[in-house]
Each structure stands twice: as C-alpha cells, then as structure tokens.
Design a binder for this molecule. Structure first.
Ligand SMILES: O=C(O)CCC(=O)C(=O)O
Length: 289
C-alpha cells in the first residue's frame, strides 16, 4: 500500500509507493507496466499547471501542430527541468526516480529529460508507432520512461498502446516525427539510423498489442526499446495530457550519433562516447539503492 508522508522540502503531502513484485515482473516480461496511483493528486495538479503555462508560452524545444488552438492541437514541449522549478521539484521529489530504478532493477538512476505531451480535443493525429531508444544519444537496456497521466483517457482518446515484449526483439527502428514527415521542428531526424518500424496499423492482429486506459496519477513505465504509439484524441471536449520523464539505469552509456534529439549534444557533456553518463550537471543522479 502507498504510504503518505510530508516532504520536508516542499511542505505538501505527497504519495510515495514502491513497485510490487508483480509490477517489476510485468515490466521485465512485457516491457511496460501500468502503475496505478504512482504519484499524488498534488503532483498531478502542479504538472497540469506547467502544461497550461507551456501551451501559452512554448519553449524553444516545443513542437506545436496548431499554435494557440483550443482543439485539434498536437503539442509537445521538452527539456524544461533546468529552468522550470516545478518540473525540477517533480523529478527530484515525486518518487519517480525510485520507481524507474525498481522497474529496471537498477542500483542507481540518472535523469535525462522531461517531455510534456498534449492532444487537445479533436486532435486527429496519432502518435506514430515507435521505440524511444533510437531518438536518444544513449545505448543500454536499462533506460526507461515514466509516462504520467495528467488527464483521464481511454485508448480511443489517445491513451498509449504497446507491442507487448517488443523490447526483447533486438530491433532498432529509425525515429519518426510525431507531427508527420513535414514537421520542421523534427528535421534533426533526417540523419537518423535504424530500419523502418513495421506498419502496425496495417495489420494490428499480427502484433500483441496492449493498451491502457488511465486516470490522473496513473503511470505507464516502459522500456526505451518497447514499441508504442497512440491514436488521436477522439474526444470533442477533453484534453489528453501527460508528462513523460526519461531515466538512465546502470548499463546506460553515452552514444552520441547523427539523428538523435539535439537537446543534449556531445559538446554539452563531460563524458566520452561509450562511458556511463556520469555527468552530474547534465544527467543528475536522482536515486541510489
Ligand atoms: O503521449 C504520446 O502520445 C506519446 C508518448 C511517448 O511516445 C513517450 O512518452 O515516449
């Protein structure tokens, strides 16, 4: 059962829970696990406020299909933790670092980046099926995301779907732009490597697809190697919003190469290719067993 405590730094009640043995096993076997009530309502409300702020004033790392619109807007923003005090508090104090460590069976975890993912009502665009690892300048199996639901959503309204156990396939699929091939803010993907992700929508029955309806505070923890995607948001009235945080475990190594996310580049870090990301400024260590 989750236990409630008051975090001395923040002075607000929060919830911290451990993964159960069954949840750890589900992550290992399926490459994804649903974690109900991963964080408290207070964190959901604080991150929801950040989403509202970023929609109104996107950062240079945003990706916005329909700026300012209340409907049909597929919006992401990322890499805010260094300037945004609320996200900085979230990654350090919400308990997510420990959840990531437990899922990956890792002795320590370092933080990579935060990612806000919003689909306003009536956003037709799906999130293409993809793996995360080819977007990032890292290699290793102990790398994961925690996608925290800030709104309720069903699979029909753009809750995430996964190809179960695809993290074990040994495949490395080239990244795809979330807002389609003409998306200028994703031009960095042009030089990406990897084979083309299979056309899962063309024959869904050929894949073992699992989707998760969620309520605010639920989290999906998934391996960076697990294929995942989402439909558009079919709701005419409800936003779908989430914050995904990216975590590096014991076997992660720095692997800069063409076509990866330019938020952190080789010149920004003090580590050499092939080394663990032991740069405490860029990839802070936020959990140790
Ligand atoms: O929220 C979405 O639509 C996509 C999320 C995703 O791909 C991720 O967090 O890695």
């Amino acid at each position: 059962m989750p236990d409630t405590f008051c975090n001395a730094n923040v002075g607000r009640p929060t919830i911290e829970r451990d993964l159960t043995q069954a949840e750890r096993q589900a992550f290992a076997e399926n490459g994804v696990v649903l974690v109900p009530k991963a964080v408290s309502a207070a964190w959901v409300s604080r991150m929801t406020a950040v989403v509202d702020q970023q929609l109104a004033a996107p950062s240079k790392w945003s990706n916005d299909a329909n700026p300012g619109a209340a409907t049909d807007r597929n919006f992401t923003d990322r890499y805010l933790w260094r300037e945004n005090a609320e996200i900085n508090a979230f990654i350090r104090e919400s308990g997510c670092a420990k959840l990531a460590a437990q899922a990956m069976d890792s002795q320590s975890v370092r933080f990579y980046f935060d990612h806000l993912l919003v689909k306003e009502p009536g956003t037709a665009g799906p999130t293409p099926w993809h793996q995360d690892i080819p977007y990032w300048p890292f290699m290793g199996k102990q790398i994961c995301s925690i996608w925290l639901a800030l709104t309720s959503c069903t699979v029909e309204n753009s809750a995430l779907e996964f190809v179960r156990a695809s993290h074990l396939d040994g495949k490395y699929y080239a990244p795809e732009a979330f807002n389609g091939p003409d998306d200028a803010s994703a031009s960095w993907m042009a030089k990406a490597t990897g084979e083309k992700c299979p056309d899962i929508e063309a024959d869904r029955s050929a894949f073992d697809i699992v989707g998760y309806d969620v309520v605010p505070g639920d989290a999906l923890i998934f391996s960076a190697w697990t294929i995942h995607g989402a439909r558009g948001n079919a709701s005419v009235s409800s936003r779908r919003a989430a914050i995904s945080t990216r975590w590096l475990g014991d076997d992660a190594v720095w692997y800069p190469h063409d076509g990866t996310d330019p938020t952190v580049k080789a010149e920004d870090v003090s580590v050499a290719p092939g080394d663990p990301p032991a740069d405490d400024t860029v990839f802070p260590e936020l959990w140790q067993a």
